[in-house]
Design a protein around this ligand. Sequence first.
Ligand code: SAH
Length: 375
Amino acid sequence: MSELKLVFDEPKQRKKAPSHLADLTIEERLERARDLGIPAFRVNQIATHYFTHYNDDPMSWSDFPKSLREVVKSEFLPTLITLVRSITCDNGLTRKDLWRLHDGVLVESVLMRYPERTTVCISSQAGCGMNCPFCATGQAGLTRNLTAGEITAQLVAAAKACADGELPGGPTRLSNVVYMGMGEPLANYNAVMRSVRNIVTPKPDGLEIGARSITISTVGLVNGIEKLTQEGLQVRLAVSLHTPDDELRDSLVPINSRWKVGEVLAAADRYADKTGRRYSIEYALIRDINDQAFRADLLGKLLKNRHAHVNLIPLNPTPGSKWTASRKEDEREFLRILENYGVPVTVRDTRGREIDGACGQLAAASTDLIGESSI
Ligand code: SAH
């Protein structure tokens, strides 16, 4: 257990991130405005500028009294994330942004435009404490949790990039959000849920993106899945299973020593029962490690009567790892076996792979950046 405590304990916060509109519930926003002597209707205006126009610079708001602009900036809209660098690939349709937080900590988000949707993949923690050996983020451990404001700021930046037509194809709407960047979202539960509320809350108080368009991906923290089940939200749950057997999972996903495959799937089943939504099983196919036909068979047996969909992810290479993606023929066979069991299965595309922006590749290493000023 002592080992687990280490996993969950957040390292001492240096300096707290300044409090932001996006950290507060609607009631708290009103309360803060009252304390500052700002009329309640101004809170609507502030929220509209932020969540509808993606503008957090009160100095540019012509409909807002000059006398209040400074206090609103410092008390409601402090700058939480600063763009350090963007890298694109797929002809600009995939873009990885590197952000510096107020204390110098770095995180990444990835924006991906598809013909029918635009998805942002956001970070919920700087680093990660889950220590999965095939994932780049886990290798340096957890630096700290992000605040709801810091998570939301990545979303607002993505929504703004879409609206401003920064991706090829012209202006568009941010349609989907996946919590699949750096970090374990359910290990930073409250901040993540507050950011989810910011996404689903109708305008002007939130981004008004449907809960069904949000995916929360977890290593399988059963206590977190249970809490999420109680939220009454239609968010899609993704479970990073990676193997059907506890023996291998104990090493691929170390938290498996706390919650076994059976317990994780039982919690996901309860989530599906409550929400009526099928959950996803994430399975990174690693050559000769978890891609054997017998494991596909085991997985098929385990999932055939469940409300689950399998997402096979060809392993994305991470620096220094001896592991690599499965052979194409093994991937095909794995897929075929699952299909034979009637389990819905797809192979995830590897968008962003060559800019280290695909699943499990985000690791905003400090070495990335020495001497870097802006993009
Ligand atoms: N901590 C959460 C979310 C972050 S990662 C979780 O584990 O679910 C999002 C997905 O990418 C997870 O399914 C994760 O297991 C997977 N992943 C991690 N490293 C990977 C790699 N090198 N190649 C492919 N997928 C990887």
